[in-house]
Design a protein around this ligand. Structure first.
Ligand code: ATP
Ligand code: MG
Length: 363
């Protein structure tokens, strides 16, 4: 199994991104198929995937993006909805510019190695480690006893998701840093307990914070993150919203009565104003200060229509592509089948090495 070990990996990948210079890279990231993808998902995650794939390709590197459908069953869910959300998420990612000739795009359910490796890693992960995960505490709330086992062990599946592919870099938001640390601890303990120093089975993945990571807040509350699970549809711009809906949501977005300041410091203590200006900056590629040089002194009556137009300009080609692709079930199935075949191939060696290291006889 030596040829599959972390140190013996043949492909050495170097990205041109300055923050990643001299780094060997294989990027792996997942996104859950729950709810409707929104502007926050686009600016905070999907747009970075699109940039990363180009950087990776330019350097002969690799990006794997998966739809985390196995994770979705950790919470109460509707099977028909899960199926359609999975396909809609494929359509969204492709509509946003993910190129399946550059990125390996697949869903976990078609790559059984994710669930298999999770079980193998369950022997290494410690109860004490999982007990410290704050997301379990947040998501189970007061109903800890009634939470699913999957919700508790979900971080071990996340570890399997990235360790399976010898990921070197995992794009993470603040909410996922603790889980990535756990993946590193599991990999380290497995390598220590079951592998020789010369042939560790797993690579310890590093967090990757994209240079332009944007955190987009709710349109109804500048202190709450824009989120799929927010019950109010007016709190977010969905990537499938049409131009009229986008305009309506922006015009109804919560603001204050003051005009816009001339520089960023003036947005302190004005979270809704800061959010709208930041969204404008993110979609136009300008800096917040540049936006304020233009709109400083103006009220929201002038700024909001400009923001709405900027959003429509960026999002309408995406929603057009999304709506066309969504109808094409055959293409969506084919994309996932092709990605999954490639992922099975890429993960097979590490899975076999893990079985072997544990002394499991597979014939
Ligand atoms: P949920 O409310 O169900 O947790 P979500 O809106 O947070 O959904 P996720 O599927 O958890 O969406 O996140 C997918 C990706 O989008 C992650 O990389 C996450 O960091 C990013 N993301 C989610 N919301 C935002 C946001 N408001 N701003 C920037 N990035 C975001
Ligand atoms: Mg989330």
């Amino acid at each position: 199994m030596a040829s599959y070990g972390a140190r013996s990996r043949q492909r050495r990948l170097i990205l041109p991104n300055p923050s990643l210079t001299e780094t060997i890279m294989r990027v792996v990231s997942g996104i859950q198929p729950t709810g409707k993808p929104h502007l926050g998902n686009y600016l905070g995650a999907i747009r970075n995937y699109v940039k990363l794939q180009d950087d990776a390709i330019a350097a002969g590197g690799e990006c794997l993006i998966f739809i985390a459908d196995l994770h979705a069953i950790s919470m109460p869910h509707d099977p028909a909805e899960l199926r359609s959300s999975t396909l809609e998420l494929v359509a969204t990612l492709v509509a946003c510019g993910l190129d399946t000739n550059k990125t390996v795009l697949f869903n976990q359910a078609q790559v059984p190695a994710h669930a298999e490796l999770q079980w193998l890693l369950n022997g290494t992960a410690r109860m004490g480690w999982l007990n410290r995960m704050t997301q379990f505490k947040d998501k189970s709330g007061k109903n800890r006893e009634g939470a699913s086992i999957a919700l508790f062990t979900y971080p071990v599946l996340q570890a399997a998701d990235v360790l399976l592919y010898q990921a070197t870099h995992v794009p993470v938001g603040d909410d996922q840093k603790q889980h990535l640390e756990l993946a590193r601890d599991i990999a380290q303990k497995f390598n220590n307990d079951f592998c020789s120093d010369a042939e560790p089975v797993f690579t310890l993945p590093e967090p990757y914070i994209p240079p332009e990571a944007a955190r987009i807040m709710s349109l109804r509350d500048g202190l709450a993150k824009m989120s799929k699970s927010d019950p109010s549809d007016m709190s977010r711009i969905n990537l499938s919203d049409d131009a009229d809906t986008i305009m309506k949501k922006v015009k109804k977005a919560k603001t204050d009565a003051e005009p816009l300041p001339f520089e960023k410091a003036g947005l302190g203590g004005r979270p809704e104003a800061l959010n709208l200006v930041s969204i404008y900056a993110a979609v136009t590629g300008e800096s917040v200060d540049a936006v304020l040089r233009h709109y400083g002194g103006e009220g929201f009556g002038r700024f909001k229509p400009a923001l709405g137009e900027a959003l429509v300009e960026v999002l309408s080609p995406i929603s057009e592509r999304f709506n066309a692709l969504k109808q094409d079930r055959e293409s969506l199935d084919a994309i996932l089948a092709r990605g999954a075949a490639r992922a099975r191939e890429m993960g097979g060696g590490t899975l076999a090495a893990a079985y072997n290291a544990l002394g499991l006889v597979r014939g």
